[in-house]
Every structure is written in C-alpha cells, then in structure tokens.
Design a protein around this ligand. Structure first.
Ligand code: NAD
Length: 351
C-alpha cells in the first residue's frame, strides 16, 4: 500500500497509523493542512474491507476539511480520523480510550469531533485521555435557544442563508412564493424546510422514511414525491439534504431547478459535474461552503464566544457564496472551481 503515490494523497502533512492490540483499535489520523490552525475533523467508524480502503477515505475526507474550514473563515486546518470496525458490533470503552491516547499523541495538531458511527458519548470517552476533542459540550445555540450540542440547527440555518444568497443572485428574488424541492428530511433537511416555510416557500419533499414526511405535510403543507423523482420536479431550487452524489450522469439532465443549494456533502458525483451545471445555466452553491454551519458552531463552542457571534459567522456563509457566484460569473468558471481556487489561496498561503 503506497502513501505518497496514493491517488488520494494531496500533500498531506501528516498521516499516522495506530494499532492497540489489547483493545483491538486500528485507526488512522490524516492531517491535510495546518497552515490556518490545528486540523479539526470528525472521527468515522466504519467496517472498511481493508486498511487501503480506510486510508483512501481518511485522505479524501481530511482534504475536504481544509477546504471547508478555509471557506468558513476559521482558523482551523483540515483533518479526519477513521476507526476500522463495525460501529454496531466492535465499539468498546477501551477502543475509545485508546483512540483518545492516539489523538493525544499528536499534541493538538488534530482535534477530533463526531462523524458517522461515532457518538457524542464516544467522544466523551476519548476526552478522558485527551483535551483535543470537540463537539461534546454546547454553551449556546445560534438563535439563543437551549443548546444540546447537535450542530444540525446551525448547519440548517447556514444552508438557509446560502440558499437565499443563491436565489438572490440567480433569480433576483426573495424566497416568498418560490418552490423548493428538498431531498431528505433528516436533522438538517427538516429544519431547512421549517425556515423556508416560515418565509413563504412552497415545498416538495421526499425521504425514504415516512415519519418526517407526514409531519412536513401537516406542518408545512408540503407535497411529497418518491425519492427517485425529487431531483426532476418542477421547482425553483433543488436542495440535496440526504446522501452524496445526487448530481450525477443519470440525474443531471433531468434537473429543472435553476438553483442547487443543499446540505449534503459531496453532492457532485465528479468534479466535471460542476462544469456541466454551469453550462446548463444552473447555479450551484458548493456543498462545503453552504453546509459549514456545523463546523462553525463547533469552532465557536471551543472559543470564548457567544450566540450572537456564532449567528453572525453563520450568516457570513451567504456573503461568501455571493462572492463566489460573482467571481464565477466574472471568470466564466464553475462555482465549484472558484470555491476550490479561493480555499486553496487561503490555506496554502496560510494568510
Ligand atoms: P440525517 O441522517 O439526519 O438525514 C438524512 C435524511 O435523508 C434521512 O432522513 C434519510 O432517511 C434521508 N435519505 C437517505 N437516503 C435518501 C434517499 N435516497 N432519498 C431521500 N432521502 C434519503 O443527516 P443530516 O444530519 O440531516 O445530514 C444530511 C446531509 O448533510 C448529509 O449528507 C450530511 O453529511 C450533511 N451535513 C450534515 C451536517 C450536520 O450538521 N448534521 C453538517 C454538514 C453536512
């Protein structure tokens, strides 16, 4: 298994492998770039087929965090960690303690948060061995409401602000009376639906589970469609809030919305889909820019900050996106390309 020649290796500063025989922990931490600050990123536990698959994932995810932090104006770098194992069967207190030791061994270059397969409780156990964990306590919520540590309200509010900026740019309109198609009514999607409904949007929604769909019909008067139809409905905005890669070779020509703005990570199946959207006249809000509310929240919880400062920072997502849209127009490039260029300008120079 090669590292420096690996296709997902991207000048990562530090990649550390750790095995703890007694607990059975096998983990990798990848630190992509720390020019702007220590590398913050989630820990994912997944039953990877082998260590090569785990390495690919952690290299790719840690790189993504550098771009996300830079575009969110955070003094943070990009990092991520993976634990090889099935979160439903292989978790133990000892594994989490050993992971805490692993994180501590990097002396703060990497700060760990939760991700798929890892809960806040797991992070708390890691925190018995290291101070370099985050997302385990929340002192405030962006809207002054009671904080429970879940970053989804901040993410949803950031997506809402970004969606409004995209609509202003492309449709020269506010939200009232527009139709928004939301794919996935989970922690973020449902809250986004609520914001949009409160500002007078009409909603078309889908999910693979009925619970939140029924609620959305009752509370927001939403129209429900099947999961395989949502990208193709007649709507002004398409908001992917489920899994990644919803913009792909099969879906792209069916999209009727003129704006794509949603929470999901990795919405473009491949980079070139960003160019295809531009050629089709569809404005795409780059995913890692619009969905940064959660990481902004975690950052403020670690600082001596406040609900008001957090809210201002999240609202800045709209301005950041407006800047990207304008530069993309001026340079006749895809918004996804421009976001990458700006992020790299920031984290490579370490301004
Ligand atoms: P979630 O798991 O709570 O919600 C996802 C929803 O999508 C679920 O209700 C699920 O049933 C539904 N879904 C799954 N497959 C679907 C399909 N094929 N068609 C329609 N619906 C489908 O997750 P979340 O926390 O709301 O996050 C949503 C997306 O936003 C994810 O891609 C996540 O990585 C990204 N994101 C979340 C946060 C956050 O703070 N939670 C931050 C940044 C990015």
């Amino acid at each position: 298994m090669s590292l420096f020649e690996h296709k997902a290796y991207n000048q990562h500063e530090h990649v550390a492998f750790f095995q703890h025989k007694k607990s059975g922990l096998k983990a990798i931490i990848a630190i992509h770039n720390t020019n702007l600050g220590p590398a913050l990123g989630g820990c994912r536990m997944w039953p990877y087929m082998n260590s090569a698959e785990a390495l690919t994932d952690v290299l790719r995810l840690s790189k993504g965090m550098s771009y996300k932090a830079a575009m969110a104006n955070l003094k943070l770098g990009g990092g991520k960690s993976v634990i090889i194992g099935d979160p439903r069967q292989d978790k133990s207190n000892d594994i989490m303690l050993a992971m805490g030791d692993f994180i501590q061994s990097l002396s703060g270059k990497y700060i760990c948060a939760e991700d798929s397969g890892i809960s806040v409780d797991n992070i708390k156990v890691m925190g018995q061995r290291t101070q370099y964990v985050s997302g385990i306590e929340a002192k405030f919520r962006y809207d002054g409401g009671p904080a429970d540590g879940n970053p989804a309200p901040s993410t949803a509010y950031g997506v809402f602000m970004g969606l409004k900026a995209a609509v202003r740019h492309k449709l020269q309109s506010d939200i009232h009376g527009l139709t928004v198609a939301i794919q996935g009514l989970g922690h973020v999607g449902y809250r986004l639906a609520e914001h949009l409904h409160n500002e007078g949007a009409k909603l078309i929604v889908t999910d693979i589970f009925p619970d939140n769909l029924d609620k959305a019909v009752t509370q927001f008067g939403a129209t429900v469609v099947k999961p395989d139809q949502i990208h193709a409905v007649q709507a002004d905005v398409f908001a992917p809030c489920a899994l990644g890669a919803s913009i792909n070779d099969d879906s792209i020509d069916d999209i009727k919305a003129r704006v794509i703005a949603g929470a999901a990570n990795n919405q473009l199946a491949e980079e070139h889909h960003g160019d295809r959207l531009k050629d089709k006249g569809i404005l795409y809000a780059p995913d890692y820019v619009i969905n940064a509310g959660g990481v902004i929240d975690i950052y403020h919880q670690r600082m001596d900050s406040s609900a008001a400062k957090l809210r201002d920072h999240i609202e800045g997502i709209g301005e950041t996106l407006s800047g990207i849209f304008k530069r993309a127009d001026d340079e006749n490039k895809a918004t996804s390309t421009i976001a990458n260029i700006i992020a790299e300008e920031r984290f490579l120079s370490g301004y």
